[in-house]
Write a protein that binds this ligand. Structure first.
Ligand code: NCD
Ligand code: ZN
Length: 472
């Protein structure tokens, strides 16, 4: 007797959609095949008419704990993920304290004890913790995060010198470095000039952070990645301009990936009047031509994946007539899948391509493949069972996140995850959170450190010259 069979659904992979049953035992998928051919199971759930997708892997969420639990905590954040068909999240280090040492990583792991879905944890890569990076990697950080530009948490951006050393070290750990790729000095200069001249309206946020800040940061990060062999990931791609250095670096063989978030596909400068400071996010939502170029790049593969930058704040923190005083970001982990399935329903993207950008590509980029990101024998049974016809309306009040404010308020969606399974266990069933699942989520520990890792110019690295390199 095995644990569970999901019968009658359509299994979606990157290449195909097939009517098939899925057999699950001990948290793993043990068989996928023709209805009626599965081993006997203790539980059989009929999902006829629904689609089975590998659960979404969202490599960019802010769950705020420790430090800002009035905005979110690990229980509410992962509840939102479970409701959104997201089975693994990678959580960012701009908490209080930030995740910049082994002790702070341990504190984050304790906070995450109540997680409902699986998770990875970012360690910070900053100027003041260069000496901690190897220890963070050894202690179980799943990736590094480098804030090239200021954003919520106000963590100082490392100089290019510190970044280079950070990349030298990261290259040897085999972990990916995710970049908030906006250049701090350009933004600080421009914001000061704008503020001094009394510019306080929502569009001034873009004036302070124009496209060039992303182009400059992505270009610089790509050059440092190519030089050191560090593998990097560009977070929240917002502009047409930064796609060029990203595509060029890929063509040169740099191990660089990129994500965008739904807001950069759906909103433009035309929405600032209506949404005011609610739309304030770093990097900013830009012009229609940017959204169009990012859509194309998501189809062509220049942009590898969809993430959410789930960044909850309270309504009081979000709404302010002075744009500089409104907190940046909004929740997203619960609404990404319904919003993107709506695009599938409209014919803008195939369901298979959605599986590629929401699950398979993030799994590959962050070393989880082939254990996660696909529905196939041997993989974790992380599954979003989706009703492609289900119509819903997004309402902040109903979100499971503590961040009860979203620019998508009132937005109608077509398609939603009606069940979510994490390692074979229902964490969401029939659009309702399953009680008692806190603590089911686990940190992804057997992450692959990409054995083809090839640090470059190692002889010129500071560790080699100063003789501080750890024995290989
Ligand atoms: C994020 C947050 O609030 O933590 N805010 C945002 O505007 N995106 C930080 C970030 O990802 O830049
Ligand atoms: Zn960011």
């Amino acid at each position: 007797m095995i644990d569970l069979v999901l019968t009658g659904g359509t299994v979606v992979s990157e290449g195909a959609e097939d009517v098939a049953d899925v057999a699950i035992d001990g948290g793993r998928i043990v068989a996928v095949g023709a209805p009626g051919t599965m081993p006997a199971a203790r539980e059989v759930v009929d999902v006829t008419g629904h689609h089975l997708l590998p659960g979404a892997i969202d490599v960019h969420v802010h769950f705020r704990e420790p430090g800002y639990t009035h905005k979110e905590d690990w229980a509410t954040g992962t509840a939102a993920a479970a409701m959104g068909g997201v089975t693994t999240v990678f959580e960012m280090p701009n908490t209080d304290p930030p995740t910049r040492s082994v002790a702070e990583l341990r504190a984050k792991q304790r906070a995450a004890d109540k997680a409902i879905v699986d998770f990875g944890l970012y360690g910070l890569l900053a100027e003041d913790n260069i000496g901690e990076l190897e220890a963070l990697a050894a202690a179980g950080a799943n990736a590094f995060k480098c804030f090239m530009g200021n954003t919520f948490g106000n963590l100082p951006s490392p100089s290019t010198g510190a970044m280079l050393e950070g990349f030298e070290i990261a290259a040897k750990t085999g972990l990916r470095v995710s970049l908030h790729a906006e250049t701090a000095s350009i933004m600080a200069w421009r914001q000061a000039r704008l503020e001094a001249a009394g510019h306080n309206d929502p569009l001034s946020h873009i004036a302070a952070r124009p496209e060039i800040v992303a182009i400059e940061a992505v270009s610089r990060a790509a050059v440092l990645a190519e030089w050191t062999g560090a593998r990097v990931h560009i977070l929240h791609i917002s502009s047409a301009g930064e796609l060029r250095p990203l595509a060029e670096a890929k063509a040169r063989g740099v191990d660089i990936t990129g994500e965008t978030c739904p807001c950069y596909l759906h909103f433009t400068t035309a929405d600032y009047d209506r949404l005011g400071s609610v739309i304030r996010v770093n990097p900013p939502v830009r012009e229609a031509k940017d959204a169009a170029a990012i859509w194309d790049a998501l189809q062509s593969g220049v942009v590898d994946m969809i993430a959410t930058d789930h960044a909850p704040h309270t309504p009081e923190e979000k709404i302010n007539p002075v744009i500089w005083k409104a907190d940046c970001g909004f929740p997203g982990v619960e609404t990404q899948m319904p919003l993107m399935l709506t695009e599938v329903a409209k014919g803008r993207m195939s369901l298979s391509h959605y599986v590629r950008i929401a699950a398979a590509n993030p799994a590959r980029a962050f070393g989880l493949w082939p254990q996660k990101g696909r529905i196939a024998p041997g993989a974790d049974a992380d599954i979003a069972v989706v009703d492609m016809t289900r119509r819903e309306t997004i309402a902040a009040a109903r979100l499971h996140s503590r961040g009860k404010i979203t620019p998508y308020e009132g937005q109608e969606t077509i398609g939603a995850p009606v069940h979510t399974l994490v390692r074979g266990v229902f964490v969401q069933k029939d659009r309702t959170l399953v009680a008692g699942r806190e603590g089911h989520g686990r940190q992804v520990t057997d992450i692959q450190r990409m054995p083809d890792a090839a640090p470059r110019h190692e002889d010129q690295s500071l560790a080699a010259i100063l003789g501080t390199a750890a024995a290989a």
